[in-house]
Design a binder for this molecule. Structure first.
Ligand code: FES
Ligand SMILES: [Fe+2]
Length: 339
């Protein structure tokens, strides 16, 4: 499979990376991440050029990384800086290094030439960053399907009514709504608008369950699979900014051709200090993403039995337009991408 290079991929949560080495397969390449003394993150190919040992089995030497097999040492750019057997460092003694950035409690990795890494291209996730007024819980799961299958799932939230009967399903509110997919520059939007419905589940404990609300689910997509979801509800007819809004990120990074890292976060602006609510939300999202979405995405992919998605001629229902547009956009971006 070919992956886009000139985009920012989510490599992990900021709090996943302390002193230790973090191996993480991304776009089908083994990568090792570590935090340098100045707090910035180094990302190197996790394969020594000598006898191919994973550098993640090696040892930190300050900001450099010593291979655990025969001791070649590489700096944070991937250049070999020490050869224990000679003063000479062979020209080929280097590994690929990637540019990284850290923003919104997320470690981002630029898939292409580090010289072209432009932090202005990181999609905006400021709405999920923790602050004095915003609390977030976040999590991770490995999807056992190519990453576009997770995008299909997220850009088509009609599945909530069927897949999420045990968690989010809202007694048919999706069917009371209208759905629109639009394109803005390089971003796509897949938005649901559900006026005049009973208070949706994210308002539980704040709105009375019988309160008639206007409810929305607004999803924004940026390549390769960085999605922001705004879940909102307001007493029917009231302005949106008076409503109860939950901001979420759903960011998918291809791991291999058949697996993908799924990072999610969900914010709240009430009961910030409630450990009980944190626990409840982790349980709810764990059930929804790990036990409901993940097995369905895996089963659908496996059911293709190796056949290409497009060659299998997927039926279009309209509601799936967001995922389809994202797949098409990735194909178009790959065609025009500078090497
Ligand atoms: S495999 Fe790394 S130094 Fe030999
Ligand atoms: Fe889902």
């Amino acid at each position: 499979m070919t992956y886009l290079k000139n985009v920012w991929y989510m490599a992990g949560w900021s709090d996943e990376l302390g002193e230790q080495l973090l191996p993480r397969r991304m776009f089908d390449q083994p990568i090792v991440l570590y935090r340098k003394a100045d707090g910035t993150v180094a990302a190197l190919a996790d394969r020594c050029p000598h006898r191919f040992a994973p550098l993640s089995l090696g040892t930190r030497m300050g900001d450099s990384l010593q291979c655990g097999y025969h001791g070649l040492t590489f700096d944070g750019t991937g250049q070999c800086v020490h050869n224990p057997f000679s003063d000479k460092i062979p020209t080929a003694a280097k590994v690929q290094g990637w540019a990284t950035a850290e923003r919104y409690d997320i470690i981002w990795l630029w898939g292409g030439n580090p010289e072209n890494a432009d932090q202005a291209l990181i999609p905006d996730f400021s709405m999920i960053a923790i602050s004095s007024t915003v609390k977030a819980v976040h999590g991770y799961t490995l999807i056992e399907a190519p990453y576009e299958f997770a995008t299909d799932n997220l850009m088509d939230l009609s599945h909530i009514e069927f897949v999420h009967k045990g968690s989010f399903a809202g007694a048919g509110v999706i069917f009371a709504g209208t759905h629109q997919v639009t394109e803005e520059g390089n971003s796509l939007r897949s938005n649901w608008w559900m006026p005049g419905v009973k208070a949706p589940s994210h308002t539980a404990g704040v709105y009375p369950p019988d309160l008639i609300c206007d409810h929305w689910l607004d999803m924004r997509w940026d390549a390769p699979a960085s999605m922001h979801l705004e879940i909102g509800a307001t007493p029917a007819g009231s302005p949106r900014d008076e409503g109860l809004i939950v901001q979420q990120c759903h960011i998918v990074t291809p791991a291999s051709d058949t697996t993908a890292h799924y990072f999610w976060a969900s914010t709240r602006t009430h009961d910030l200090d409630s450990a009980e609510l944190d626990g409840f939300l982790r349980l709810l999202f764990g059930q929804a993403f790990d036990e409901e979405d993940k097995p369905m995405i895996k089963a659908a992919f496996e059911n293709l039995e190796g056949q290409d998605f497009w060659e299998a001629k997927p039926l279009s229902l309209g509601i799936d337009a967001g995922g389809t547009r994202a797949r098409r956009k990735l194909q178009a971006m790959l065609k025009t991408e500078p090497s």
